[in-house]
Design a protein around this ligand. Sequence first.
Ligand SMILES: [Zn+2]
Length: 238
Amino acid sequence: MKRTVMNCLDELEEIAAYWIGRHFPRPDIALGDEVDEPFCSWCGQTEDVLSFCTCGTRTLPWSRVIRLGSYKPPLSTCLIRGKYSRWYEVLELIGHRLGRRVRGCVPPHTVVVPMPMPYLRWWFRGINHSAVLAKYVAQSAGLQRCNPLLRKETPPQAGLSASGRTRLKINTIRSFPWANLRGKPVVLVDDVLTTGRTLEVASKALKSIGASTITVAVAAVTNYEESPKKVISASFTH
Ligand SMILES: [Zn+2]
């Protein structure tokens, strides 16, 4: 039953994308070739002379980060247009590329879980970008997916400062009462990792319903070089 509802929502989203998304360029041209930058496998930060990781000063609830690249054009612009202009096809391509990186890195019984979006925001935006990414991550990685999480309406994280993001309360993301992931490894999918606070809150909700390990799969990671002081001073306690 749950699967049928999920399939119907997928179909509706694809039909809407067909009618709305015709004016966009070809996704593979807009997104360009895949880049392979070295990055920290725990916090996801690019490993170069300009960026730095804060793994030594934080405890993260996931065991690994898999990403496509840094949050910079053309990846960042494609994500923004995917999310706010309902460019379904570019999210589909990003999901496939991310799924290929996930494939083989997790056990075959792993489930793919999208970062939940508040229903009202979903209604107004007309697209649930994390759910679209998760659909194609699961497809390319050959994994099952499910939606065990629910998110309360709060201001979008994209509009908040780094310290504002870390204040996101732990009860903002909860699991459905019937959700059960006992002993299952999970791949948690989102578009961007900035401070990691939303992913941290979602990871805790997944652990509370029995997820054994959590791998974070994100399209892009914001490097701390852009605002190191704000991110470093942000506290991860609650
Ligand atoms: Zn790190």
